[in-house]
Design a protein around this ligand. Structure first.
Ligand code: GLU
Length: 450
């Protein structure tokens, strides 16, 4: 990093004290930008990076609601509207007890570059709450969502800010949020939220998009080394929406996913996971992986508290796709994967690999796809949902999936070509950061100092 960039980064860290994930995300981007700033002095002259690191608007609000026992509960709501140079703020809402302003800022910052990489007209934002949907009744989740939207609605709009789901926010929550927005505003504004139900403005393939897209990206990346998913053995961490559809796409491409995980443990099915059963337990019953293992019997080896990446030392693994949460794959796990011949690590979640893990993997020559490129399929399909809403149209599954695949291949190739152009072939982190940055930066410069 140049001295100018180091000074600038130090300033960002100082001004945003106590936000380690945001620091991590910012440092990773700054690490890549030296060559592009050197080639284009106008970026420094227009203070683009300084402006990019300061969200356009940050909203923090109280979310009071009443639980089933009649007790008043208080949570904190966030929306960080990071950058709208390319389109309305766009990004999901995360409901999880660990959510803080720093978490939302890291996710929002990543989202700027991810959304730019899609080539679609969407800016970057993110939101959420420290509300924990786990163990809550439907009625409690509804009351929480209604209260959350009662405050947030004034900041949203199809041309202003368009939230969607993330961890803890799926179809059920989007339904309650949309209902409350519609009620308060007296407008059926379909394009204000994405991830809606298929019968009321949602897009086919949106549910599958993040997992499918990550695997399409991975497939394209593997092909640069003459490899494919056909016959590959794969680890997919997590067992939520991203993981489930990553598993499905790997299976469709002829690979075998032998393990997945949740916060309590790992299931290892040496001959491959039973996706129908997994979906039934997770999507219909909102159950745990231990329930999956019980139902699967001897075909499944459940390891309470286990580490999914350690399996690479036990059985042949070709590809690892972390789809759970940030910093879930550290240096030791990366060493296990690299020393056991894993060909590629593809981030399905946002920033699941620690900086040390990324260093270990790339030094060992393992192909590495950063989340802001590999998991962009979700938000890209959200933008396709917005297109359908704007034209009051509904596309077929096949058409929506073909658009998604085209976008993912485009992102892959843009990252790879940018890395080549900057003399770092195969460096998808550098390629993604520079390609995302230049698109946003050029738009910001065109729009003047705002
Ligand atoms: N939460 C997803 C992401 O991390 C999707 C956001 C969206 O669809 O707006 O990109």
């Amino acid at each position: 990093m140049t001295t100018d960039l180091t000074t600038l980064l130090d300033d960002v860290l100082r001004r945003n004290a106590g936000e380690p994930e945001f620091h991590q995300a910012a440092r990773e981007v700054f690490d890549s930008l030296g060559p592009v700033i050197a080639r284009n002095p106008r970026y420094a002259e227009a203070a683009v990076l300084e402006r990019l690191c300061e969200p356009e608007r940050q909203i923090i609000f109280r979310v009071p609601w009443t639980d089933d026992a009649g007790r008043v509960q208080i949570n904190r709501g966030f929306r960080v509207e990071f950058n709208s140079a390319l389109g309305p703020f766009k990004g999901g809402l995360r409901f999880h007890p660990t959510v803080t302003l720093g978490t939302v800022k890291f996710l929002g910052f990543e989202q700027i570059f991810k959304n730019a990489l899609t080539g679609l007209p969407i800016g970057g934002g993110k939101g959420g709450s420290d509300f924990d949907p786990k163990g809550k009744s439907d009625a409690e989740v509804m009351r929480f969502c209604q209260s959350f939207m009662t405050e947030l609605y004034r900041h949203l709009g199809e041309y202003t800010d368009v939230p969607a789901g993330d961890i803890g926010v799926g179809g059920r929550e989007i339904g309650y949020l949309f209902g409350q927005y519609k009620r308060i505003t007296n407008r059926y504004e379909s394009g204000v939220l994405t991830g809606k139900g298929i019968g009321w403005g949602g897009s086919l393939v949106r549910t599958e998009a993040t997992g499918f897209g990550a695997v399409v990206f991975a497939d394209r990346m593997l092909s640069t080394r003459g490899r494919s998913f056909d016959g590959a053995r794969v680890l997919v961490s997590g067992s939520g929406n991203v993981a489930i559809y990553a598993i499905q796409k790997v299976q469709q491409l002829g690979g075998t996913v032998v393990a997945c995980s949740d916060s309590s443990g790992v299931v290892y099915d040496r001959d491959g996971l039973d996706l129908d059963l997994l979906r039934e337990i997770k999507e219909q019953r909102r159950g745990r992986l231990s329930d999956y293992a019980d139902a699967r019997g001897t075909a499944s080896d459940y390891r309470a508290g286990g580490d999914i990446w350690a399996l690479a030392a036990e059985t042949t693994i070709d590809v690892a796709i972390p789809c759970a949460t940030q910093n879930e794959l550290g240096g030791d796990a990366a060493r296990t994967l690299a020393s056991n011949g894993v060909a590629a690590v593809v981030e399905g979640a946002n920033m699941p690999c620690t900086p040390e893990a990324v260093k270990v993997l790339t030094a060992a020559g393992v192909l590495f796809a950063p989340g802001k490129a590999a998991n962009a399929g979700g938000v890209a399909t959200s933008a396709l949902e917005m297109q359908q809403n704007a034209s009051r149209d509904a596309w077929s599954f096949d058409y929506a999936e073909s658009r998604l695949a085209e976008i993912m291949v485009g992102i892959h190739d843009r990252c790879a070509e940018t890395a080549d152009e900057y003399g770092a072939p195969g460096d998808y982190v550098l390629g993604a950061n520079i390609a995302g940055f230049t698109r946003v930066a050029d738009a910001m410069i065109a729009m003047g100092v705002i």
